[in-house]
Design a protein around this ligand. Structure first.
Ligand code: ZN
Length: 406
């Protein structure tokens, strides 16, 4: 693999510096599809609650790359067992794993046919700038990078670095999202985890002496899920986006004039998947411009929903236990002359920070290795994690509606 003519560094608040000395990595960072991620927020609707959570998918992608780069160089067995090609492959998969994200991630996915995982693979495998860079560096790279991201690459050790229970993706987003939201929940000792990582029987494991930092990591997941990722206000904002997209889809189906100016959305409103060019053009800047046009457009429902998005006039929410409660709210919404299909929505959040699989598969469990090189699943050796696993799966069902209903 060709080296860059000088060692490149980029400052990063989580890792200090991101280090690059491979030309293919540097070229991928500078590719159009990667630069587009600067225009996609990392946390869909969370900047509506945590006003500093303005960080992008671009920064997170660099962070995942950096953690993988450190693992393949600093974890002794990884350094010894992986070839130069495989190390580069793992770093590239870390860098490119989120390249197919659309604007406002999950809300946006409700309108298109393909999810971001599918777009990620399409961008890597089809004729894109990233694809050409990978192919030029090594003809097998596009296929192999796509396989690692899809968790199907022949060497499971490499797959685990990107998607396992203790992978570079989660470790970066927990630390980064905690930093940019300003919360103190998501912190854990990444240095210590990397230092105590060992490879035993083709599995990523952590030495017994590293167990406390892994416990912190599990607790970070627990708190970040409920305080940040599943925050009801973020869900309210994302639901509003989903309703606006749904309205557009319904208007598109009947050929409504209102949508003639909103070309950026058209490919995603059709009954066939939009291509990677359409995805490239629809970043958050384009989507917000579309909302701005729609808020002055001809359809009263779309006009109101997009105004609410732009002005943060979010829906209220309440916990629900049965469908009757939802019906009552729909009736109240109708009484206000609002259309309940666009002004009432429900969602349900469920999360457990770590649930070990009974199967002995790599990547599904967190393994602790004893001094005798015996592997024990984390919840068997940690009382704290054991207690977390015993907890009932927490479910949070909510209904959202305009505040005028109250
Ligand atoms: Zn990610």
């Amino acid at each position: 693999m060709m080296r860059t003519n000088e060692h490149k560094v980029m400052r990063d608040p989580i890792h200090g510096y991101i280090h690059v000395d491979l030309q293919v990595v540097w070229d991928c960072i500078n590719a159009a599809e990667m630069q587009r991620l600067r225009r996609i927020h990392q946390l869909g609707g969370d900047f509506q609650i945590y006003h500093t959570a303005e960080h992008s998918r671009f920064g997170h992608s660099l962070g995942v790359y950096e953690i993988v780069r450190r693992m393949v160089n600093e974890v002794v067995e990884l350094h010894a067992q992986l070839s130069e090609y495989e190390k580069t492959l793992a770093m590239l998969a870390g860098l490119l794993h989120d390249i197919g994200h659309g604007p406002f991630s999950h809300a946006f996915e409700s309108i298109g046919i393909w999810k971001h995982e599918r777009y990620t693979l399409e961008i890597i495998l089809q004729d894109s700038e990233v694809h050409r860079i990978l192919k030029k560096a090594h003809p097998d790279l596009p296929k192999d990078v796509a396989d690692v991201i899809a968790n199907t690459y022949a060497n499971p050790l490499i797959n685990q670095l990107i998607s396992g229970q203790l992978d570079a993706d989660r470790m970066d987003y927990l630390l980064r999202d905690a930093y940019f939201t300003g919360t103190s929940y998501g912190k854990f000792d990444l240095e210590r985890i990397i230092r105590t990582m060992r490879i035993v029987n083709q599995k990523i494991t952590v030495k017994e002496s590293g167990i406390h930092s892994v416990e912190d990591y599990i607790m970070a997941r627990y708190h970040m899920y409920w305080q940040v990722y599943l925050h009801p206000v973020a869900r309210s904002y994302e639901g509003l986006l989903t309703m606006a997209f749904q309205r557009m889809k319904d208007l598109y189906r009947i050929g409504d004039e209102t949508l003639s100016k909103l070309e950026m959305f058209h490919p995603f409103l059709k009954d066939e998947p939009a291509d990677i060019d359409a995805l490239y053009r629809l970043d958050e800047a384009a989507a917000l411009y579309g909302f701005s046009l729609a808020s002055r457009g001809g359809d009263p429902i779309l006009r109101d929903l997009t105004r609410r998005i732009l002005h943060r006039d979010l829906f209220e929410y309440a916990s629900v236990h049965d469908q009757n409660e939802v019906e009552q709210i729909r009736e109240k919404v109708k009484a206000l002359s609002l259309h309940p299909d666009y002004y009432v929505f429900c969602d349900s959040a469920m999360q457990r920070p770590y649930s070990p699989y009974k199967r002995n598969e790599a990547g599904h469990n967190i393994w602790i290795c004893t001094a005798q090189k015996e592997l024990r699943e984390l919840s068997e050796v940690s009382d704290i994690v054991h207690a977390v696993c015993q907890e009932k799966m927490k479910e949070d069902k909510k209904v959202y509606f305009p505040k005028e209903v109250l």
